[in-house]
Design a protein around this ligand. Structure first.
Ligand SMILES: Nc1ncnc2c1ncn2[C@@H]1O[C@H](COP(=O)(O)OP(=O)(O)OP(=O)(O)O)[C@@H](O)[C@H]1O
Ligand SMILES: O=C(O)c1ccc[n+]([C@@H]2O[C@H](COP(=O)([O-])O)[C@@H](O)[C@H]2O)c1
Length: 347
């Protein structure tokens, strides 16, 4: 059989990866195998855990009969040099002919690949166009230029909050496991607010650990709680009108909790009700769940707020309900004051 291999970090797999595989299948290959790297040579970024990247590939290729996942490089570990992989594939499957698929950004780097000339003798290297890149690099070895309608997308874009470039199943997986959330959230807000969100998430984890709660849930609630806070007023109003009409006449300063609880569910596929409930009530406060009390308190008490909150933090650790009530009492006056100001501005 003719087997086309698409190697990559797949952190995460996106729609252009699938498109390359579909084109290869249509153009010449009997099967396309996805080969996630353990460590990608020529890239320094540390990758998400192997099992997550492999699971997302499995989900993305599930609808396609001629696509498979190979975990050969993940199992081998270390730097994933393609020459080592191809030699191993030929040894294991002498009956097959192998082709190596790359995007045109990789073509420009081929001269730096380990033993590239030997590699080019063992497999046909097939280059798919990427974005609007049209330069064709000259090589001393043969390259097949393939055709595909260019798709200017990347895993980096997905990790920067452009989740529509991912198959739906992969989006769901990311939400379910809270992958990339720091990086994604950092692209939705100012640096200052992101630093605040990080500190809230860390304090949520600290308090959750003391009270025996799931620290992963606590971290996600903290990092996501302000994800809609910097939305423009008109955009926030549209969401409130459609999703939360009963709160539309409340102060806009308190909307972002309601909006974020809906938004993280819809856009990030965070379906964990503990998390969405805590986010929903982080501005007004709710003592219905421990996580909601923790997030409310951590938002006000995180250590970068510019005042000494150590007494209240200790109180929250010692007795969460008492700590929460104390913070709520201190915040009540502030919220009422903000409410009055907002009404005055928008009347
Ligand atoms: N939009 C695209 N068009 C064509 N080829 C692509 C595209 N995206 C990725 N590829 C190719 O798929 C292979 C695997 O890519 P990889 O998993 O590193 O994704 P990536 O989007 O480049 O990731 P990152 O943004 O993290 O660098 C590489 O050969 C790459 O050139
Ligand atoms: O073998 C090499 O020297 C080599 C150098 C750079 C990249 N590669 C392979 O190219 C594929 C795409 O890499 P990347 O950086 O786009 O994730 C992946 O399978 C890498 O192992 C291989």
């Amino acid at each position: 059989m003719r087997i086309a291999i698409l190697g990559g970090s797949f952190d995460p797999i996106h729609k252009a990866h699938l498109q390359i595989a579909k084109c290869a299948r249509k153009q010449f290959a009997d099967e396309v195998w996805f080969m996630p790297t353990a460590q990608t040579p020529l890239k320094n970024r540390s990758l998400s855990e192997n099992h997550h990247r492999a699971a997302m590939i499995r989900l993305a290729i599930a609808p396609y009969r001629h696509m498979r996942l190979s975990t050969l490089e993940l199992e081998r570990g270390g730097a994933s040099y393609t020459i080592d992989t191809v030699q191993e594939l030929i040894r294991r499957y002498p009956q097959h002919t192998f082709y190596w698929l790359i995007g045109s950004d990789q073509e420009a780097q081929l001269a730096q690949w380990k033993d590239i000339e030997t590699l080019a003798r063992l497999v046909s290297i097939c280059v798919y166009p990427r974005g609007d890149q049209t330069n064709i690099t000259k090589h001393d070895f043969p390259i097949q230029q393939m055709t595909m309608k260019p798709m200017p997308i990347s895993s980096t874009m997905a990790r920067s909050n452009e989740l529509s470039i991912l198959p739906y199943s992969v989006r769901r997986y990311i939400g379910e496991h809270g992958l990339y959330m720091d990086e994604i959230v950092s692209h939705t807000m100012s640096e200052k607010r992101f630093s605040h969100s990080k500190r809230v998430a860390e304090l949520c984890v600290e308090l959750a650990a003391v009270h025996g709660l799931d620290t992963r849930q606590a971290y996600l609630a903290g990092i996501l709680h302000d994800v809609c806070k910097e939305w423009p007023y008109e955009k926030a109003r549209i969401w409130m009108r459609h999703m939360e009409p009963q709160w539309l006449n409340s102060a806009p300063a308190i909307w972002h909790g309601f909006i974020a609880s809906r938004y993280v569910k819809r856009y990030y596929q965070i379906n964990d009700r503990e998390i969405t409930y805590a986010i929903r009530w982080h501005v007004l406060g709710s003592d219905s769940t421990k996580l909601a009390m923790i997030l409310f308190a951590a938002d006000k008490l995180e250590r970068g707020r510019g005042y000494d909150s150590s007494r209240e933090i200790e109180l929250c650790k010692h007795n969460l309900r008492l700590g929460y009530q104390e913070v709520k009492r201190q915040q009540q006056a502030y919220i009422e004051q903000e409410h009055k100001k907002e009404i005055a501005v928008h009347e």
